[in-house]
Design a protein around this ligand. Structure first.
Ligand SMILES: [Zn+2]
Length: 408
């Protein structure tokens, strides 16, 4: 199966002599298109997937959905960004408009509707759309572990970026935090974030970095430092949970994944709390599509939420619903459920990515929630504790939490 660009705004799947072009949703085409070559989900009701005339079409369509879910394009493409990640900018599915619409859900739903015409008793699954809230703890605090030298560098950097207020406040905040008043730290939004989650009945997952395989890029904290242990306890005491956020160079290293998993389990043991294997999300979303799923499964993880693109929010594997990850080496599904990451603060806000203002960001998250509502999906939202830089970020976060009910 090969995924190729199509001259029309669609994506084409080629298998042997068979070709299938699937158009993005809600687009209208002009020009001459060979019949049965180009389809949109809205037209599939008219196609008898099981007819002799169209034999092979249903098979090709199912095959196309499988390869999108399995990430075949990512495995076969040599395109990678500076962090060795497959970028949305190089995805043909994204180029065809399927970043903003869930390809697999649209076509999977169309297949179910076509089959229901034959077997009216056929039931679609009965899941409910819901919110899944998470936070990667990359920089829990600004000051507790910062040396005076690093403080001076940070102040200089704030000054160069025109953040005068932040630069002026830093020495006082630093001194107070170092004297034990952690609540003065400008990154400490943990209690507020948990308050917001609890108001809507949501249970947040905080992904913890428990190793430094990449050095400074893996943050400046040690998971079992007393300051961090107090934070973990406050999170767990309130009924939220910890996940593992494997460090920068762990995505191709089973021993590193296992070591960092064990350190997060050890936090629970030290606090006298019961634990199970925590969920996982890779730091920087580094993920080798040919290797990382099997390593995560070998390390005993059963829930991952790494599969979003850093450079574009939306549907990296074409779905807003959990699915089993595929191991391309052994050609089998893994006991590892992917909860696709649909929206991350950094992706939506950063100048080098989507760079949205308040109204466009809220509209973007609402649109993603709309797809989840339509296909009974999971609005997986990642908001870092240190990404509340503007006052409207607080309001947008609160609004996002109210788009869908929390998971039961
Ligand atoms: Zn991270």
């Amino acid at each position: 199966m090969e995924i190729v660009e199509h001259p029309l705004p669609g994506v084409e799947f080629v298998h042997g002599d068979a070709r299938l072009c699937l158009a993005a949703a809600d687009r209208s085409f002009t020009g001459s298109v060979p019949p049965l070559l180009t389809h949109t989900p809205d037209r599939i009701d008219a196609i008898d997937l099981l007819s002799v005339e169209h034999r092979g079409l249903g098979e090709l369509l199912l095959s196309a959905l499988f390869h999108v879910l399995a990430g075949t394009e990512e495995v076969e493409s040599g395109e990678r960004d500076q962090h060795d990640r497959f970028p949305a900018a190089k995805s043909r599915l994204f180029a065809a408009g399927y970043g903003d619409a869930p390809f697999v859900d649209l076509w999977g739903d169309a297949i179910v509707r076509a089959l229901q015409r034959l077997w009216p008793a056929l039931q679609a699954d009965q899941r409910h759309p819901h919110l899944s809230l998470s936070h990667d703890v990359d920089a829990p605090y600004r000051y507790p572990f910062q040396s005076p030298m690093a403080l001076m560098r940070a102040i200089a950097s704030d000054g160069l970026r025109g953040r005068w207020l932040q630069a002026a406040r830093a020495p006082v905040e630093w001194a107070r935090v170092r004297a034990g008043d952690i609540g003065r730290d400008p990154f400490d939004h943990f209690a507020w974030m948990m308050d917001q989650a609890e108001e809507v009945g949501a249970r947040s997952t905080f992904y913890v970095i428990a190793g430094h395989s990449g050095g400074r890029v893996d943050g400046d904290y040690d998971v079992d430092h007393p300051v961090m242990m107090r934070l973990w306890q406050s999170i767990l005491d309130r009924g939220h949970r910890l996940g593992v956020h494997p460090s920068y160079n762990s995505f191709r290293s089973l021993p590193t994944l296992e070591r960092e998993r064990d350190r997060v389990i050890e936090i629970h043991r030290k606090l006298g709390l019961p634990f199970e294997i925590p969920p996982v999300r890779m730091h920087y979303l580094r993920f080798d599509p040919a290797l990382t799923p099997a390593l995560l499964a070998a390390a005993g993880f059963s829930h991952d939420s790494s599969l979003g693109f850093a450079d574009h929010s939306g549907f990296r594997r074409g779905t807003c619903r959990p699915f089993a990850l595929w191991d391309h080496a052994s050609q089998r599904p893994l006991d590892l459920i992917e909860h696709p990451l649909l929206a991350m603060d950094a992706t939506l806000l950063a100048e080098r990515y989507e760079h949205l203002d308040q109204s466009r960001m809220e509209h973007r998250i609402e649109t993603l929630a709309g797809w989840c509502r339509r296909f009974r999906g999971e609005l997986t939202l990642l908001w870092h504790n240190n990404y509340f830089e503007q006052s409207w970020h607080f309001a947008t976060y609160r609004a996002a939490l109210r788009l869908l009910p929390a998971a039961a």
